[in-house]
Design a protein around this ligand. Structure first.
Ligand code: KG4
Ligand code: ZN
Length: 345
């Protein structure tokens, strides 16, 4: 009999819970419920950790009730609970972890502590068959990392951003253009009718032959352009969005080439799949650019790209043998950062 997993995600501003069942093929999602805090956080122009944590606290119990009702199960039927423990905002993380621990205490269940970044990439297994090893490109609001992934738990960092993440580049650029928060999807939508050759934007660390990314110069160049040409702010500008987005796409493609080269040299491999995940992997220009330029590219379904409980439940299922049994799991703690420095190569 396949295992039944409960996944809980509260690392940033989305409260999301999922009940998923192991099958012989792809995991079957029995129920997935999320609450996006976007509307509540909009007036602050971004995520305020303390407010986000309070909202998680309000939403987590009703969402849990809803998934159990929809799946027609009770917590007793769950085999393993998976919860994001790192990285993320500490207050929000602790809210999800304490919900998981409460259920573990009441129903004597084991818990899998989940690395949010690994779960983003491994979400590919919800809908596609991909073999290890693969190169993972994780692009989210907080991280941009090229990984060499040898197994469910062996993630080595090949290169990452030295300043802003790709999602931050979208959100901060969008804020400057007056497009609200978060701006990734708005820029993506506006760019569809824009001319990407209209404005020139810089590609960070263009001349350094490695897989490091940098997006802070891009954001500054948008700020300077808008200060010089305030008329560009009169209405949403598809050409400006398309040009700005194109610089992000080009940077990710360029540094992917260096990441591939470095993997080939370091690990003595020829061909391998590329997996792309994280909220920014929803971006239509990034999806088509990578699919055109590379063969064997697997991009997480847009529905599972932004933070969600299904990716947590799915990853929990994949590493279920690492579950911490009850009552030891009640000792679990959260940490805000991705600190596996020994996995950097
Ligand atoms: O993975 P995610 O939901 O949260 C983190 O773990 O950070 O990613 C959120 C990020 C935000 O920066 C948002 O603007 C971006 O994903 N995003 C997009 C798109 N949809 C969401 N960026 C570009 N194009 C999109 N279509
Ligand atoms: Zn995320």
């Amino acid at each position: 009999m396949g295992k039944t997993i409960l996944g809980i995600e509260t690392s940033c501003d989305d409260t999301s819970v999922c009940i998923l069942k192991e099958t012989d093929s792809y995991p079957k999602i029995l129920a997935l419920k999320s609450f996006e805090q976007i509307d509540l956080l909009k007036k602050w122009g971004g995520v305020v950790p303390e407010i986000a944590a309070r909202n998680h606290l309000k939403k987590i119990t009703p969402l849990l009730d809803e998934v159990f009702e929809e799946a027609n199960l009770t917590p007793k039927d769950i085999d393993v609970i998976g919860v994001t423990t790192h990285p993320g905002l500490l207050g929000p993380l602790l809210t999800g972890l304490n919900a998981a621990k409460t259920l573990a205490l009441l129903y004597q269940k084991p818990i899998v502590p989940v690395n949010h970044l690994f779960a983003h990439l491994e979400a590919i297994h919800l809908t596609q068959k991909v073999q290890y090893p693969y190169m993972g490109l994780l692009i989210s609001g907080g991280h941009s990392i090229y990984f060499w992934v040898e197994s469910e738990l062996k993630f080595k960092v090949i290169g990452s951003t030295i300043d802003d993440a790709a999602g931050e580049a979208f959100d901060k650029g969008g804020k400057l253009m007056g497009l609200g928060y978060p701006a990734g999807k708005t820029i993506d939508d506006l760019a569809k009718t824009g001319d990407k050759s209209k404005f020139d934007f810089p590609i960070g660390l263009k001349s350094s032959a490695d897989a490091r990314l940098s997006f802070s110069g891009l954001k500054t160049s948008m700020r300077l352009r808008l200060e010089k040409n305030p008329e560009l702010l009169e209405s949403p500008n598809p050409d400006l969005c398309a040009s700005y987005q194109d610089a992000i796409v080009k940077a990710l493609l360029l540094k992917a080439r260096y990441a591939i080269k470095s993997i080939k040299e370091k690990f003595n491999v020829k061909n391998f799949p590329i997996v792309i995940g994280g909220g920014v992997a929803c971006n239509s220009a990034i999806r088509s650019a990578f699919t055109e330029k590379h063969t064997n590219v697997h991009i997480v379904e847009p529905h599972y790209c932004t933070d969600n409980g299904a990716m947590i439940a799915n990853y929990t299922l994949r590493i279920q043998e690492h579950a911490i049994p009850f009552p030891e799991c009640l000792e679990l703690d959260s940490r805000g950062r991705f600190i596996n420095k020994k996995d950097f190569v």
